[in-house]
Design a protein around this ligand. Structure first.
Ligand SMILES: Nc1nc2c(ncn2[C@@H]2O[C@H](COP(=O)(O)OP(=O)(O)OP(=O)(O)O)[C@@H](O)[C@H]2O)c(=O)[nH]1
Ligand SMILES: [Mg+2]
Length: 248
């Protein structure tokens, strides 16, 4: 039923977004779309795109919430539409191109559907698990199947879980916010003393408990939220060279 699969990867963690979703998706007719590139280091995102293209897959980075950089993907889809017609009867008008969106929860599937169709029909929002059930959305010669984040993230643990939590692909009840914040401070911000770092952050934000001591739970939540919103800058957690050598 589907001509193309758009496999959405969070630009901050393309390797993990891909690995966790990989078992669910055919390798045929696959196009990679790196989402939320405004939150990642542009040079690193470019390197990822080059890597996917070298491996033979079309790849694009799209900022779905603003529409910036959606043109390249649209042009690609238009070119694909030309080839969906009945080959035996080329004189007949091309039928619609059927595209399925796929990726971890909250990666930006519904936002991309809206952007590609120029509508706001697909419900979207800043929390994982928003879309329930799959929906075909149509406009002209483009039909898009928006899917819920069907990928099972319940078994994720360790670094994979921390990365999914930092980018909000898992719900709050699946992780310990202090563990995630300390991991971010240590591994992503390379702080030797992550506890002091979160403590200072909490103090500067007024996250204080009884007696003026830092409330680590609140401080950690705030720290993770700032990371998610890009308040610490455009940060790519995963870089292609490091990931490919560590996964070999
Ligand atoms: N910064 C930024 N945020 C984005 C971008 N695209 C989508 N978002 C935000 O990401 C959040 C999730 O978007 P959705 O489109 O609902 O994601 P989804 O994959 O459909 O999520 P589920 O249906 O819950 O699996 C929303 O708050 C969007 O506004 C982007 O390019 N940049
Ligand atoms: Mg959705």
């Amino acid at each position: 039923m589907v001509d193309l699969f758009l496999f959405l990867l969070d630009s901050r963690i393309p390797h993990t977004s891909q690995q966790i979703a990989e078992p669910y998706l055919s390798k045929l007719n696959r196009v990679y779309v790196m989402t939320k590139p405004d939150l990642a280091d542009p040079e690193v995102t470019h390197a990822w795109l080059q890597k996917f293209r070298r491996e033979g897959a079309p790849a694009f980075a799209v900022e779905s919430n603003t529409g910036r950089s959606v043109g390249e993907l649209m042009a690609y889809l238009r070119r694909q539409q030309m080839t969906t017609g009945d080959r035996a009867h080329p004189e007949l008008m091309a039928r619609p191109l059927r595209v399925m969106l796929f990726g971890v929860p909250n990666v930006g599937k519904s936002s991309l559907a809206n952007r590609l169709l120029g509508t706001s029909k697909a419900a979207f929002g800043a929390r994982p698990g928003l879309t329930r059930g799959s929906h075909w959305l149509r406009r002209g010669l483009l039909e898009i199947l928006d899917t819920p984040g069907v990928i099972d993230t319940s078994q994720a643990k360790g670094e994979v879980l921390y990365k999914l939590a930092a980018t909000w692909a898992v719900r709050e009840n699946q992780y310990d916010e202090e563990e995630v914040a300390f991991w971010l401070a240590k591994e992503v911000f390379e702080k030797d003393d992550p506890v002091s770092h979160i403590s200072e952050f909490g103090r500067s934000r007024g996250c204080l408990g009884p007696g003026g001591s830092v409330d680590f739970s609140q401080a950690s939540k705030g720290f993770i939220q700032c990371f998610r919103e890009g308040k610490f800058g455009r940060i790519s957690i995963e870089k292609p060279d490091i990931q490919s050598s560590s996964s070999q």
